[in-house]
Design a protein around this ligand. Structure first.
Ligand code: PLP
Length: 385
């Protein structure tokens, strides 16, 4: 199979380092960056034609159609946003909440998204509640039950992850959405890590909103995310920046299209990112990443003498492994371990705290191979054993 170091020259990543954290920011392949440069040159050659006409007259729609077809959605139900944080802000700040309303999320929520919920709640007098979802979760039912027990007649909004950041756990989204909709609760799904990492059919999940970062696992340049909104909620959903599109008669996608003059190139590279992804075979990419992540997690757990204790089917291309010696600590400790592993060992990996303990969260991308994880194994043994 043509993966691993054989293809790392398609990225700017230094082949001599072990880059095991695709999850945090992605890494955009060179062919996609070349396409981005071409788009920028086209814009600067004739800015008025590009920004004043082309962008409005079909370029963005074409790109949305292509993105939509990758996740079984109609382009008209999708909008580009810069990132998942902006998508969450757009939705949460569009909605009206009343004093006493409950906005519920889970203990796996991403911090920046949780901050947005707090901001909105503070302004309206609503409250934010966190369902305590265990980590490691033993089953999907355990996740669903813990979320259901946090919902009450006052709950108006539920925000769940598809693949959580710190824990890397895959949530049973469809079942949670169905359960919440039975209680008339709107559901926002934070799928920041989903597109490209797992098979994704957004409409079939039945959520009210779904945001996903194309700049992580789909290989788009930074600043490219997709916000899908159910037809029923589109009139109520607005971008964080209101501009000309607000009065656009075309509706949802057009309203998000124009948020002031900007660089549209990340959004217009989606076709090139999808072509790059598909050139390796979509199924093969996901299979390679998942198998490599899991096999490596098992190898590391054995090498470090720790208990993995996770269910394989609840993880995709990111897997957390406990740091040997049961290390506890806050952000300072987490960040200092990340820096130590990079500066002393040239290994870049995420250190997360999905429960009280610190875990190493590995990512597996198609440019990774076993030798990267062997390097991590030695580095961690050096530091902690
Ligand atoms: C679950 C989750 N949500 C949201 C985000 C925020 O993504 P961005 O910084 O691209 O907005 C991240 C980033 O890693 C994430 O993991």
């Amino acid at each position: 199979m043509n993966f691993g170091k054989k293809i790392i020259d398609k990225w700017h990543i230094d082949p001599d380092v072990a880059f095991l954290n695709h999850g945090s920011y992605g890494a955009c392949p060179i062919p996609v960056l070349q396409k981005q440069n071409e788009i920028r040159e086209r814009m600067e050659m004739q800015p008025c034609e590009f920004l004043g006409r082309d962008v409005w007259e079909g370029l963005i729609e074409e790109s949305l159609e292509k993105a939509g077809s990758f996740v079984s959605a109609h382009g008209k139900d999708m909008a580009f946003v810069d990132n998942a944080t902006t998508g969450a802000n757009s939705v949460l700040r569009s909605l009206d909440f009343n004093p006493g309303d409950e906005l519920v999320t889970t203990s796996h929520v991403y911090g920046a998204v949780r901050a947005t919920m707090d901001f909105v709640a503070l302004k309206s007098g609503a409250i934010v509640k966190e369902a305590q979802v265990p980590f490691p979760a033993k089953s999907e039912d355990e996740i669903i039950t813990s979320i259901e027990s946090a919902l009450t007649s006052k709950t108006k909004f539920l925000l769940i992850d598809h693949i959580a950041s710190a824990s890397a756990t895959i949530f049973p989204v469809k079942k949670i959405v169905d359960m919440a909709h039975d209680k008339n609760i709107r559901v926002f799904v934070d799928g920041a890590h989903a597109i490209g990492q797992i098979e994704l059919d957004i409409p079939s999940l039945g959520a009210d909103w779904y945001v996903t970062n194309a700049h992580k696992w789909l290989y788009a340049p930074k600043g490219c995310a997709l916000l899908w909104t159910s037809p029923e909620m589109q009139d109520e959903t607005h971008p964080t920046v209101i501009s000309w599109g607000y009065h656009g008669k075309e509706g949802y996608s057009t309203e998000f299209l124009w948020q002031g003059t900007r660089d549209f190139s990340p959004w217009l590279c989606v076709d090139s990112a999808i072509d790059f992804y598909e050139s390796f075979g979509s199924g093969d990419v996901k299979k390679y990443m998942h198998n490599l992540a899991w096999k490596s997690a098992e190898m590391l757990a054995e090498e470090w003498g720790v208990d993995l204790n996770l269910e394989k089917r609840m993880f995709a291309s990111m897997v957390p492994i406990p740091i040997p010696g049961n290390i506890y600590g806050g952000d300072d400790e987490r960040i200092s371990i990340v820096k130590r592993l990079w500066e002393k060992h040239k290994v870049e990996v995420a250190v997360t705290d999905p429960n009280d303990q610190l875990w190493i969260r590995i990512s597996a991308q198609i440019y990774n191979e076993e030798s990267d994880y062997r390097k991590l194994s030695i580095a961690v043994k050096n530091e902690f054993l």
